[in-house]
Ligand binder design. Sequence first.
Ligand SMILES: [Zn+2]
Length: 83
Amino acid sequence: MISLTLKFLLLTFGFYLLIRLAKRALRRWLQGLLGGEPQKTSLGAELLPCSHCGAFVDPKLGLHKKGKFYCSQDCAQQGPAVP
Ligand SMILES: [Zn+2]
């Protein structure tokens, strides 16, 4: 009777491992279909504070002037905010 219980336990454990492996393989296969690693969105990009108004802007959308970063041409013309 003991060997039967052991067989059942081994079978259950083996089945559990098989399902885990299948899940992992399936996930990898799906990632491959979707084009590998997830792409970075603009939301994930680092934002810089405007030297004039303090608004946080994507560095690609703002502009640099005299070593400072500004969110727009208007802010760049007005210069850095006076504390
Ligand atoms: Zn600004």
